[in-house]
Write a protein that binds this ligand. Structure first.
Ligand SMILES: [Zn+2]
Length: 242
């Protein structure tokens, strides 16, 4: 069996038999990888607590016919603080579920891996507004997956401006000429907030957390936008405290 090395993020884990676990991993070189960690649930396992969800690990794996097998795992970042906090962990669960939806097996995924790591680090650094970090992450994920939302110009004709009608099907904001008649314009603050979430640096998102009313409206749009493009709602979303 061929041995290979990859750094990866643990997206999910499933119990297998009495002591094993199946891991769903996101790796830069091979995209989504499913692998078995043998004996990982046994006390004193050689993997220790290194293969928990959200852990960033340096792995050696054997190629298998269906599932690969983890030979060695070294921790790079555990994200323990994220895993052990209810709200942070709920947001991280949505992040990895969304990444899991867009990632493919046997497809280079360097940018996606970097985005997930950025999102997890931002959650750890800004535990005071995890929902804002999550929405910023999801808009970036949409862009990376090819569904970049137009938020600075009309998605129909390209006229620049903070237009106030948002159309999920059109892929962003629409000017008056392009908006269907009868469309209800959004609060200008919501459009500005969406643009900030999509474009601003992770550490400059505090301002986006300012007004709960705008934040909830923006969050609902991000949710609908992602659901439309992914085809199904993200299940972990229900756990995120509002
Ligand atoms: Zn237009």
């Amino acid at each position: 069996m061929a041995l290979y090395r990859e750094q990866g993020i643990v997206l999910r884990t499933y119990k297998l038999g009495e002591t094993d676990r199946i891991l769903s991993l996101l790796t830069p070189g091979r995209g989504k990888v499913r692998a078995v960690a043998k004996g990982v649930r046994r006390p004193g396992s050689r993997f220790g607590g290194r293969l928990e969800p959200y852990s960033h690990v340096d792995l050696q794996l054997y190629e298998g016919r269906n599932l690969d097998i983890v030979a060695q795992a070294e921790l790079i970042t555990s994200f323990t603080a994220v895993r052990e906090d209810f709200a942070l962990s709920a947001c991280a669960a949505v992040m990895v579920e969304a990444a899991d939806r867009v990632a493919q097996e046997q497809e280079r995924s360097t940018r996606l891996v970097l985005l997930v790591l950025d999102g997890l680090r931002a959650l750890a650094r800004h535990p005071e507004y995890p929902g804002v970090v999550l929405d910023a992450y999801l808009l970036r994920l949409a862009s990376l997956a090819g569904y970049h939302p137009d938020l600075e110009a009309c998605a129909g004709c390209g006229v620049p401006g903070r237009h106030r009608v948002f159309s999920i099907a059109a892929g962003g904001i629409l000017c008056r000429a392009c908006a269907p008649t009868g469309s209800r314009p959004l609060d200008a603050g919501v459009v500005a907030l969406l643009a900030a979430l999509a474009g601003r640096d992770w550490d400059a998102l505090a301002v986006a957390a300012a007004e709960p009313r705008l934040r909830r409206a923006a969050s609902a749009l991000v949710n609908s936008f992602l659901t439309y493009h992914l085809g199904q709602p993200l299940r972990a979303w229900q756990l995120v405290p509002r």
